[in-house]
Design a protein around this ligand. Structure first.
Ligand code: B1M
Length: 216
């Protein structure tokens, strides 16, 4: 367990957009053997959510949101490197493709999902962010993946997840792939409504859902 004062300090420094301090704390916690996902889930995600709330309420502006996002990205890089170092025997059988949908550049959460899946031995093809549906379908065929996962952080880009379902259906490919959706505004209801096979609330849930989909 990471000391609760360190957790509180990490959250506070992220909200204060202090990248240097955020990095210092992240590196120290990892060097001291702290759990990278505990630091992410208990400190940095609540911190960036607070930043998002302040931005949403007009108490913090876009330039500050961008500085906080940069600090969050730096912290995520440290966490992801620690997860990668933990390894994870790659299971060649399970192949997942992940992308943040077209029109959406939010990729911090998607990158955490990628890292945690890899740390759990899942082979992941990461297409990045702002990826259009045609590219997702083309690459899924090319890499012969089992699951296509999409992330959407904007209410205006969630529709891209529905477009993917429709594109797969029209191409006669819907049964070839399982689909999974995630992202802050995405819900299980949305997944059911668009016909996705699974919804994952966070990175851990993403790993669980991949395993469930592959054993189904
Ligand atoms: Co923006 N942004 N942003 N933003 N941003 C939100 C999403 C917003 C809710 C903030 C707010 O107003 N309160 C709001 C959206 C409102 C809405 O849609 N109704 C918003 C807005 C408005 C915008 C802009 C339009 C602002 C502007 O330009 N005026 C703009 C849009 C740009 C675009 O995409 N076209 C914009 C830009 C940005 C930055 C570039 C500054 C930056 C992103 C940097 C980056 O990602 N490289 C940014 C950030 C950082 C945020 C907030 C503050 C934080 C997002 C984040 O990183 N969360 C966000 C507020 C919020 O979400 N509370 C906000 C931490 C991350 C770990 O969580 O991504 O949810 P999350 O991922 C989780 C789970 O959702 C899940 O697992 C992850 C780990 O637990 N998950 C999956 C995610 N994908 C998954 C896929 C899976 C499984 C699980 O399987 C497929």
């Amino acid at each position: 367990m990471i000391d609760k004062d360190i957790i509180a300090e990490a959250t506070e420094q992220l909200v204060a957009q202090n990248k240097e301090k955020v990095l210092e704390i992240a590196n120290k916690v990892i060097a001291d053997g702290g759990d990278p996902m505990e630091l992410m889930n208990q400190a940095f995600i609540p911190g960036i959510n607070k930043v998002g709330d302040l931005f949403g309420r007009g108490q913090l502006f876009l330039p500050e949101l961008m500085v906080a996002a940069d600090a969050m990205q730096a912290a995520t890089d440290v966490i992801n490197a620690a997860l990668a170092a933990k390894g994870g025997q790659q299971e060649k059988k399970s192949k997942v493709m992940l992308a943040t949908v077209k029109g959406d550049v939010h990729d911090i959460g998607k990158c955490i999902v990628v890292s945690l899946m890899r740390a759990n031995g899942i082979t992941v093809f990461d297409l990045g962010r702002d990826v259009d549906t045609d590219t997702i379908v083309e690459q899924a065929i090319k890499e012969d993946v089992d699951i296509i996962g999409t992330s959407a952080l904007l209410t205006t880009t969630m529709g891209q997840q529905k477009n993917l379902e429709q594109a797969l259906k029209s191409a006669g490919l819907r049964d070839k792939f399982k689909t999974m959706v995630g992202g802050a505004p995405v819900t299980g209801r949305w997944a059911a409504r668009i016909g996705a096979d699974a919804y994952a609330e966070d990175a851990q849930d993403g790993v669980v859902k991949v395993k469930e989909l592959l054993s189904a």
